[in-house]
Design a protein around this ligand. Sequence first.
Ligand code: HEM
Ligand SMILES: [Ca+2]
Ligand SMILES: [Ca+2]
Length: 320
Amino acid sequence: QLRPDFYFGTCPFVFDIIGNIIVDELQTDPRIAASLLRLHFHDCFVRGCDASILLDNSTSFRTEKDAAPNANSARGFNVIDRMKVALERACPGRVSCADILTIASQISVLLSGGPWWPVPLGRRDSVEAFFALANTALPSPFFNLTQLKTAFADVGLNRTSDLVALSGGHTFGRAQCQFVTPRLYNFNGTNSPDPSLNPTYLVELRRLCPQNGNGTVLVNFDVVTPDAFDSQYYTNLRNGKGLIQSDQELFSTPGADTIPLVNQYSSDMSVFFRAFIDAMIRMGNLRPLTGTQGEIRQNCRVVNPRIRVVENDDGVVSSI
Ligand code: HEM
Ligand SMILES: [Ca+2]
Ligand SMILES: [Ca+2]
């Protein structure tokens, strides 16, 4: 039901408007492309791609922004706001916040050296947020391969091909030391580091993330090409240089069916790009609201005001 030409008639410059803002933001924040891609992922895994992640707290629901995987971690919300303001000026009431997240991820990947693909569009926005689901549906950096596969299967994605291709999103962006340190000093309560860690990389990570150091310090996901969208992530995994446990699991779990895919994407970037596109389209198709479902939010942070016209016993008409 979604289609790439959804806005051709109603907002033909939607890609230019979103793209120009990302280009502008990248000047001062080289990380923003990665942050925007992650927002789309964290939206789609929680009740589908409906921009539920963008809603602030309200009287009727708790924001997903406060859920553990997002709190003090998900970022880029003000950039989405900037896009929404520009789009409401150019084509009022037309472009959903869910589609803004989708288009912003696609352009972020492209601007970072990744592939272009026609993104299916026409999503509408939720009228609620799903705090509890955000806490359970999003995978943890400390997950093993079985748990990662379950998280992907639970939302309806393929537990092997989508997991490996989409994890390639960690070819750019940063993670906080708190998600890395257990691997460096006390892996699974062993009092020693994760044996799958490359020894040189272990030394480097221990320097960046000292024991009992500041857990919010940032480390590049991709130690070789930190801001480029390429297949280096998979080569890193083959070298024991995956940053978080969930990354390295894809290659270092003995006998896993994910290993041949890591090898393939590492040796042929075009195969990775093709797989990433397919998986992104599948992820972008998770439970979209279409037609008359949901709404086009005016402000991505709040549900549109419910306007109801009422006439009281005295014949006075007012809206509430
Ligand atoms: C497979 C399970 C996944 C796990 C366990 C996971 C976990 C994480 C963690 C812990 C961070 C760092 C957050 C922080 O330090 O505040 C992160 C960042 C990131 N994730 Fe994932 N992630 C997964 C899948 C994905 C997918 C499917 C995508 C996109 C296709 C993605 C894209 C990103 C990006 C781009 C960043 C960096 C964001 C930034 O620098 O602002 N991740 N992820
Ligand atoms: Ca959602
Ligand atoms: Ca890279």
